[in-house]
Every structure is written in C-alpha cells, then in structure tokens.
Design a protein around this ligand. Structure first.
Ligand SMILES: Cc1cc2nc3c(=O)[nH]c(=O)nc-3n(C[C@H](O)[C@H](O)[C@H](O)COP(=O)(O)OP(=O)(O)OC[C@H]3O[C@@H](n4cnc5c(N)ncnc54)[C@H](O)[C@@H]3O)c2cc1C
Length: 566
C-alpha cells in the first residue's frame, strides 16, 4: 500500500559531507577519552531510540553505528552509518530535547561513550573539537529540515489557516516536518489518513511515526507532545529570566549564559520575534548579503543553548510579581511558576491591524504580517497587495516581487523618503513588478472563506480600484507587548516600558528594581535589529551589578552569628 516519495539518505547540495560527518583523528579521540569510557557492543545493540532524552555522545572506535528513522509505514530506514572516527549526535544534545533518530550497531563494535552529563564539560574544555562537533550538529539538523527527514508529517490543505499556524511554529522552532496535501494520491499523507481512519474534518493533522496523532492541535499542545516544553526547572531560582526571544532577548540570553549566569528564556511562540518574519535583513553587521530573520534567530538560539541557556517556548508569561527573598515569581500561561532573581523584559511589539469591517475573519486566511519564503510560495504567480510605507513594507514588496506577478504597494503618505531606507526605495523604483500608490488606503476586503477581492481608495482623486487578490500583506507598524506586565512597572503613554528613570542612572532599569527592559518594548528605543541586539547585550553588565547588590543585601541581612560560622 502507499507510495514512497522520500529519499531516506542524507544529502548536502553544497557537498559538505566531511563537515556533516567528520572523522576524528586518533589524537582527537585520545584528547576526549578522559571524559568517557570505551565499551564493547554486540551486533544489533540499541544505543538510543527516537524520543529518548539526555542521550549520550558516541564515537566509533571500531565497527559502526547506524542512524535510523521510521517512515509512515513503520519501516525503519538507515539514513547514515557512522564508521571509525565518526560521532553521533545532533542539536538535541545541546538542549537535551528528545532524539529524532535511533542508533544501533550493525556489527559487533567498540565505541567511546561520553555520558550526556559530561558532554558539555568536554565541549568547554576541548574548544577546537567543540567547533567541529557544533558545526556537524547544525548541518545535520539543517539537512533534516531541508530533506523533511526525522520529523513529523503535517497533513492539511496548504492555504488553511490552521495548517499555516502549525507550519509557522514548526519552522520557527527548527523542528523538521513534511507537509503533505490530504487529497494528493501520490503522497504518504493519504496512506496515513486511511490507516488512521481520519476524515477531512480532522485536518490539519500532525502525525509521527511512533504513534503520535494530533488533530488541529494548539501550539501549546503541539509543543508539549513534541517534548519541546520539557526541562524547565521549577525547583531552582534562575539568575536571569528573559521574557521574549526576539533579537533583544536572544542577545541577552547569549551574553548572560556566556558570562556564567543561570538563564531561562520565555517565548510565546518560537524564537525570532518580529525579525523572524523578515525574509532578509540587510542592515545587520557582518552579513553583506543579508540574512533571513529566521536564520539569525536559529543561530542565536543555538549559541545561547551552547552556553547553557534554557528556552521555554510556546507558553507566554502572563504575570510577574515579587515573591519571598526579593525573588520574582514568573507565571506562565499554563500556571507554571518559575523563580528568578532578575527579569529582562524583551517582549517587543506585535503587528498593527487595519481597521476594516470583517478584518479578523481574514486573519490567517489571506492577511499576512510576514513575508518569508513560506508566504512567497503561497502567492507565487499571483498579484498581491502590500500595505505600508516603512522598511518592513518595502522589504516585503521587494521580496514578494520575485515570485508574485504584481505587487500593489499602498502608502498612506505622499512619499517613501521619510519612512523608508534609500536602498529599498531604489529597488522599488527599479522593479517593473511593483506599483506604488501614494495617499491610498484599503477600503474593503471580501471573500467567502479566504480573501478574494481587495478595494483601495486614492484620497487625492477620490477614486477606488478593485482587484481580485488573495494575499494582503499588512505592514503598518507595531504596538508594544506589555499587557502582561499589568502594573509591575511604569509604561509611557503608548504602553512602552519606561527605563532609565531611577537614581542609579542605569539606562535599562525599569521603575521596578531588578526588572530591566531592552529592544522594541522599551520607550524611546530605536526599532532596529542591531539596536535590540546591542541593548540585549549591554544590559547584562547591569544585571551583574544588580545580582551583586542582591547578594550583598542578603549577607547584610544575615545575623552576625551565622556570618562567623560561614
Ligand atoms: C517584517 C519586518 C521586517 C523588519 N526588517 C528589519 C530590518 O531589515 N532591519 C532592522 O534593523 N529591523 C527590521 N525590523 C525591525 C526589527 O525586527 C525589530 O526592531 C526587532 O525584531 C526588535 O527586537 P525585539 O527583540 O526587541 O522584539 P521582537 O522582535 O518584537 O521580539 C519580541 C518577542 O517577545 C515575545 N513575547 C511577547 N510577549 C511575550 C510574553 N508575554 N511571554 C513570552 N514571550 C513574549 C514575542 O513572541 C517575540 O518573539 C523588521 C520588522 C518587521 C516586522
């Protein structure tokens, strides 16, 4: 039954096999031998299974280790066989999340096993080797994502808003997935639908070969079932809790963890923030060809995890308040309470919406707030409308013009020069596929289930134009994500967090001692990736000061007797 549409072998279009599967030399193996133990294994020994957490790191000394994945027919496939000098592992060794693959010996073998508890210590000590291992892990995950291997199957109509919602989360959290249409006879999705007696009303369905079947799951349920919520500690007090994993929060996490602080990051969705919705950021230092917001965020997350930061995703923070011993109690949407000594607010901003009748009905059904490869694919070969005159609208128009037949760009102002960077204005002017309409606003959107028609009005001449368009990109600025702070700290008239008002002269401290704010959420901040990253990085120096003050205050509060005893 069914059809195999996937090639279950590791491939790299850039021929980087030597980096994906490096062979450690005898000297390199000798250098890490003290961190582990050498063991003999019989033929067919299982080293780890898909779904296992905290798995160990293995280097083949003699024999081999096969890496297996399971397909939708429950058949196992060998994706690669590690030989002498090769090592096992993938990004989940850094964050202790569930393994995506299984490992077993095809022949009697001798391997060096480094227990997961020693793995991070080994990386810290063996700096040069750490680079080789980290690069291999990143490339292995990238190959899984590119080839849709070792993840889940997402069965659902491509344009369906719930399918899109789930896809966005899987992309954002770097989880491999294969998207299949339920009605396509040549796809495995149909096989799964029939085998599990699923009907179209169950869609979208997330399915995993080990038995997981989720019908139109919420993001929190999906994250939980995939094991992405595991590992958050409620028993200890973290040094720093970062709320928000956009550029500012990610930078704070990297710097805090790199400087030895016990760091936890909370994120409503998946890391990336507003920057994660940008197809190409061109004004960020060090990337002359630009970098997609998703790639930037994914790299930053790995960097932070490498230093030991923990990411709690798919659960927003709903409340912070001071508990005992001056600690903060941070409540998540599922009522989990986590403690931290210092809080960094990096919750950024969310998209502004158009004030139009029936607007909400089309959110996720033709209205987009991001222009990434996913959206570009959805409107390939079609005409689209982009609303806005700022840099994000300009970027979206330029990017979408590569795949859409026509981009209608609606700008409320009389010119772009005041709101957009010069390089974007030049590209827009040079593109025959982008038409800019000044002093023009959307007056209505209509359609049965999804957007089918958009009408816009030129206020200069009072004339309306109607077009059969299925995608409307709304890029008209943002409002701060501060509702969850509910009185914990002072906000400005527009709801952004006020900072730098305390006597200490600290530019990022809010009116609540021990709570800092960085990035777009901060009142008067520059709304850019570079400034968000800069603020997230430098705030850590003030966090150290704050932690030192807290410690000093605790020592002062101790009775003299206990001081002598210590
Ligand atoms: C489409 C687009 C293109 C852009 N292009 C550029 C560009 O080319 N160059 C440039 O310099 N800037 C660009 N910007 C602006 C830039 O992305 C922002 O300035 C930057 O992302 C701000 O970073 P941040 O970390 O402060 O906030 P954000 O990026 O807004 O991130 C905040 C994060 O906090 C999370 N969060 C919010 N509330 C909670 C909560 N209660 N609990 C947990 N998590 C929470 C959010 O989910 C989000 O992930 C662009 C913006 C957009 C929208």
């Amino acid at each position: 039954m069914g059809y195999h549409t996937v090639d279950y072998t590791f491939k790299d279009p850039d021929h980087r096999e030597e980096q994906i599967f490096p062979k450690l030399s005898a000297e390199q193996i000798d250098s890490i031998r003290p961190f582990g133990d050498e063991i003999e294994l019989p033929d067919g020994a299982t080293l780890f299974n898909r779904g296992d957490r905290n798995i160990d790191f293995y280097v083949v000394i003699q024999g081999g280790i096969e890496i297996l994945i399971t397909d939708c027919h429950h058949e196992k496939h060998v994706v690669v066989t590690h030989r002498t000098g090769n090592f096992t592992g993938e990004l989940n060794l850094f964050n202790n999340r569930r393994a995506l693959v299984s490992g077993r010996t095809p022949v009697p073998s001798r391997v060096l096993r480094i227990r997961w508890k020693n793995f991070r210590r080994m990386l810290n000590v063996e700096d040069e080797l750490a680079k080789v291992i980290l690069r291999a892990f990143v490339l292995r995950r990238a190959a899984f994502i590119r080839q849709s291997l070792a993840g889940v199957m997402l069965i659902g109509p491509a344009q369906d808003p719930d399918t899109l919602r789930i896809r966005q989360f899987l992309i954002g959290s770097g989880f491999p997935y294969r998207s299949v249409q339920p009605d396509d006879r040549a796809e495995d999705g149909r096989t799964v639908m029939e085998a599990l007696s699923l009907s179209s009303s169950d869609l979208p369905v997330v399915w995993e070969s080990e038995g997981l079947v989720l019908k139109n799951p919420s993001i929190a349920d999906l994250a939980s079932e995939l094991g992405l919520l595991e590992g958050l500690s409620v028993d200890r007090t973290y040094d720093v809790a970062v709320v928000g994993a956009g550029p500012a929060g990610l930078a704070a996490a990297v710097c805090a963890a790199a400087e030895g602080l016990d760091t936890v990051v909370f994120e409503t969705q998946a890391p990336g923030g507003q920057a994660g919705t940008s197809s190409r950021i061109e004004n960020y230092l060090g990337f002359p060809n630009g970098i997609s917001g998703h790639d930037l965020a994914a790299r930053a997350q790995i960097q932070a995890e490498k230093f030991g930061a923990f990411f709690s995703i798919a659960r927003p923070v709903t409340l912070i308040k001071r508990g005992k011993d001056q600690e903060f109690e941070i409540t998540l949407t599922d009522k989990t309470v986590v403690r931290a000594r210092v809080v960094i607010v990096a919750s950024g901003a969310k998209y502004r919406r158009l004030d139009l009748p029936g607007y909400e009905r089309f959110e996720g059904r033709g209205i987009h707030y991001a222009a990434t490869a996913m959206e570009a694919q959805l409107c390939k070969g079609e005409e689209v409308v982009v609303v806005g005159g700022g840099n994000s609208a300009g970027q979206a128009a330029v990017y979408l013009s590569q795949s859409a037949t026509k981009v209608h760009m609606l700008v409320r102002g009389k010119a772009l020069s005041e709101t957009m960077s010069k390089y974007l204005i030049e590209r827009i002017q040079a593109s025959p596929r982008i038409q800019v309409y000044y002093e023009t606003e959307v007056s209505s959107i209509s359609g049965l289930k999804t957007i089918e028609r958009v009408v816009w009005k030129d206020s200069k001449v009072g004339q309306s134009l109607e077009k059969p368009v299925r995608s409307l990109f709304v890029m008209i600025g943002a409002i701060p994500n501060t509702e969850w702070l509910s009185g914990c700290t002072a906000l400005d008239g527009k709801g952004f967090v006020l900072t730098g008002k305390t006597k200490a002269g600290n530019p990022y401290e809010t009116t609540q001692p021990g709570v800092f704010a960085v990035g777009d959420v901060r009142s008067d901040s520059v709304k850019r990736v570079a400034s968000a990253v800069g603020e997230g990085s430098v705030v850590i120096q003030w966090v150290h000061q704050c932690l030192a003050d807290l410690k000093a205050a605790q020592i002062d509060a101790l009775p003299e007797k206990s001081l002598k005893a210590s």
